[in-house]
Ligand binder design. Structure first.
Ligand SMILES: [Zn+2]
Length: 196
């Protein structure tokens, strides 16, 4: 197989395809290979094409850029994974004790680990190094500190899955299906919408 242009480093089969639910809601991103399989098996239709042609021994295929599932998929909103980075994102990269904004934050257990504080969204906050040091193994009250707000489990925005798979600006053909989409590089708390 070869492609007519090599915009994707020569492997268009790995290029990204936006997958919409039957109701046009953005669901996911997959690669061209998987998208073509879904189209050939009747599980999806092509809405937008890339303009690239994929030449195989038997046929030429236009590479899809956006596909839409033939059947409506019902699935629960994805859960935001509990990681250091996601805690920082939830807290807008802001120390929850002194309010300083920084990319150099630590994770603080509100109820200390030494007091069996759990590793949960509700017990983890972003803290600058100096606040984390000051708080040490104490509770918020004992350390005479104050939390900016009670930590919570963030809701995944509508584009959570897509947001985490796109590492560059979205392609032109995609933008009408995902209005207001911002690439990961300019990621902000807006994604969590309404939870402030
Ligand atoms: Zn601080």
């Amino acid at each position: 197989m070869r492609s007519s242009r090599s915009r994707y480093g020569g492997t268009p089969l790995n290029a990204q395809v936006l997958v919409l639910n039957q109701n046009y809601e953005p669901l996911n991103i997959c690669n061209v290979k998987r998208a073509l399989v879904m189209v050939f098996t009747g599980k999806a239709e092509v809405l937008e094409q890339d303009g690239l042609i994929l030449h195989t021994v038997d046929n030429d295929y236009t590479i899809p850029s956006v596909i839409r599932l033939s059947a409506l998929i019902k699935r629960p909103r994805p859960q935001v994974k509990l990681t250091r980075k996601e805690v920082f994102i939830r807290d807008s990269y802001t120390c929850q004790y002194c309010g300083v904004q920084s990319r150099d934050l630590t994770i603080d257990h509100v109820i200390p680990k030494s007091r069996n504080g759990p590793h949960t969204w509700e017990n983890l906050v972003s803290a600058c190094k100096s606040c984390n040091h000051r708080k040490g193994g104490k509770t918020v009250h004992e350390a005479r500190m104050q939390l900016a707000r009670a930590p919570f489990r963030p809701r995944a925005g509508a584009y959570y899955t897509i947001q985490r798979k796109v590492h560059q600006s979205v392609r032109d053909e995609w933008s009408k299906f995902i209005p207001g989409f911002e690439p990961l590089s300019s990621y902000s708390t807006l994604v969590y919408g309404g939870e402030d």
